[in-house]
Design a protein around this ligand. Sequence first.
Ligand code: BGC
Length: 443
Amino acid sequence: MPNVQQCLNQLHTDFTFSAAQLTSLAELFLHDMKEGLQGRESSLAMLPSFLTKPTGQETGSFLALDFGGTNVRVMLVELNGYGSYTILARQDVPLSDQSKNYDFTSSTSTAAELFGFLADQLAQLTQPEKTYLLGHTFSFPCRQTGTNQAVLLHWTKEIHTSGVVGHNVVDLLDQALAARSLSNIHPVTITNDTVSALLAAAYQDCYADIGSICGTGHNTCYLEPKPAKFSHPMYINIESGNFDKIPGNKYDALLDSYSARPGAGKMEKMCAGRYIGELLRLVLLDVVTQNLLFNGSCPVFLQTEGTLSGWDVAVLQDAVAKPEQISLWLAKHGSPATVSLDDGKILQHSAGLIAKRSARLAAASYAAVLRHIDPALTSFHTISIDGSLYEKLPGYADTISQSLQELLGIKAEQIKCILTKDGSGIGAAIAAATTAKKTASLK
Ligand code: BGC
């Protein structure tokens, strides 16, 4: 049996990528990007969005629907031009709520029920006598054939709603709106959340050319200067969560084995909020089994799949100096236990390693994108990032910036990473605005 120090060392080995390893992962990522762009076999789908940079002068009121997998958010956004906007109204509702007896993310829910629920949320924020142009952020991999055509390729983030995969999501929303006589709401664009986050930043910042989500899911998009078959620059949704060249450890393999799509979404399973809590649970369970945590007695919550989330990673990562925080954390999971100093070390160390690996992998993918769009790194770039991990996980944003510097050897001022809070909603409104002129002339 190993001792505590040996266990900490082993975890460090399991979850740490050296600078050299990160550099070679960035190279492999860049290789897969290029293959995907050429339409060759690749773990990166490189999906066209049919949208390009906004001018910053788009104006008007737009409705935004942001469907991400955990919540649905509806917003009314006023774009004022000159990169300025105002959120006039907003509403957030969970997609599943046990206390209200619904779960639109499970396989027993149908497309009509899910999109009906989305349409109901839109109805609540709108007035029947007014007409609205709607930008829809749909945070899943879709094959787009235009700014308002998107077929869902497969669900991610452990969502299973039936009857959506393989269907045009725009049609599903249209049908739900029609069934509720909401003919005053006109969906005009559909965008991935990474594209929306990038649009929201690019509305204000001409250097914004990469958008990313570090939240429940993980993904990145960028402005491709020379997309094949198109004459102008276009945002490309990389679907980077599917990058498959990262060596995993035994916990990654275990989690993958009982996930909804074994073998797929490898990077997302190492990076995203939907999975890092579960990884932490698997690590702690293993350490308890080795008799090195909680005196070898396993709390019930560690034995149950899905009990830990990104929030637990955040709390524990920050907890070593505050043992009372660990006791509160245990109590919250219904497990009053006394915690030793070594327990504290293991909990904090495990959470910290998982969070750091996630941030460093995200940075490696950003480095690859930067090398693709600006090989000699001569320009300024802004990476627009939205999502709970980037916003709330202690040290996450700093680790990304430091790793980027480590990987690219450039000054921090040249590559700016910014939090674009609510980017998915605001970007949807901007997307709708960019097509508003065309829509008006079609009517
Ligand atoms: C989806 C992406 C999305 C990301 C962030 C992933 O699970 O595949 O399309 O951008 O989550 O929400």
